[in-house]
Design a protein around this ligand. Structure first.
Ligand code: SAM
Length: 277
């Protein structure tokens, strides 16, 4: 019986390949090529334009780290926005915070939401929670139309190409600052230091010009390019490294801990060199 493997080219010369059990769904949506594939090692996986978005086995790392670092940094995150995030994983983590009264998700592609609910129920299952409002639309436009509204904004978008190209611009980060309240916090996934070092450097530079507190943290995500993933946090007032012990209320996690909340900001030299002044 011949074997079927799915290869993601992470650069033109390097990639990962995953043994496929079955292809669950493929579709060219209005915005991207959507693939849902069941793999032997990582379970069901969502790919967009040939790039790994999430997998049943390792999704918790990214979703916990995008959500809990900013949500524990802000003292009272009641109104939260997720840009992108159509697989629902960040929203699931956001709802573990009792202070959150409303979580809005804005993803440009309703098909991602539809097929994540169908094939990734443990990731997308909270999108129908009463505290959640799901909007299908361009996150760039949503941010442009928002002012002084959110306590925490998380940008869980695809790579800076296709529909997400505007979501890594200084103008977008300025829009995020406007959409946040006066003590708001935002986080964006900012890819990896091995293959996209310049993205990390550029985003830090842009965010630093807008937010008084700007930091970079990392997490280990085996199915993402290089496995060493970064997140850029911008904050108007609250420092993620100054969170008092009493702030860390108990939540169920598999990767994030209050100790890791601080440790994830300790960077390897080749990474800290990317963002030094
Ligand atoms: N965690 C993944 C990562 O780090 O690459 C991202 C997963 S999530 C599925 C990415 C989402 O961003 C997709 O559902 C895509 O439709 C959405 N997206 C891309 N451009 C967007 C835009 N301009 N506005 C809103 N959502 C967008």
């Amino acid at each position: 019986m011949s074997e079927l493997w799915y290869t993601e080219k992470q650069t033109k010369n390097f990639g990962i390949t995953l043994k496929v059990k079955q292809t669950l769904h493929t579709e060219q949506t209005d915005f991207q090529y959507l693939e849902m594939v069941e793999t032997e090692e990582f379970g069901n996986m969502l790919f967009l334009d040939g790039m790994v978005m999430t997998s049943q086995k390792d999704e918790f790392v990214y979703h916990e780290m995008v959500a809990h670092v900013p949500l524990f940094t802000h003292p009272n995150p009641e109104n939260v926005l997720v840009v992108g995030g159509g697989d629902g994983g960040v929203i699931r983590e956001v709802l573990k915070h009792p202070q959150v009264k409303k979580a809005t998700l804005v993803d440009i592609d309703g098909k991602v939401i539809e097929y994540s609910k169908k094939f990734l129920p443990e990731i997308a299952g909270k999108l129908d929670d009463p505290r959640v409002e799901v909007k299908v639309g361009d996150g760039f436009m949503h941010i442009a139309e928002s002012e002084n509204e959110y306590d925490v904004i998380m940008v869980d978008s695809t790579e800076p190409m296709g529909p997400a190209v505007n979501l890594f611009t200084k103008g977008f980060y300025a829009g995020i600052a406007k959409a946040l309240k006066e003590d708001g916090v935002f986080v964006a996934q900012t890819d990896n230091p091995w293959f996209t070092p310049e993205l990390i450097t550029n985003v830090q530079r842009d965010v630093k010009e807008i937010f008084p507190i700007t930091r970079l943290y990392t997490a280990n995500i085996p199915t993402y390019p290089s496995g060493l993933w970064t997140f850029t946090i911008g904050s108007k007032k609250h420092d993620p490294l100054e969170v008092s012990e009493d702030r860390f209320h108990e939540i169920e996690t598999k990767y994030y801990t209050k100790e890791l909340h601080k440790a994830c900001f300790v960077l390897p030299k080749f990474v800290s060199d990317l963002i030094k002044e």
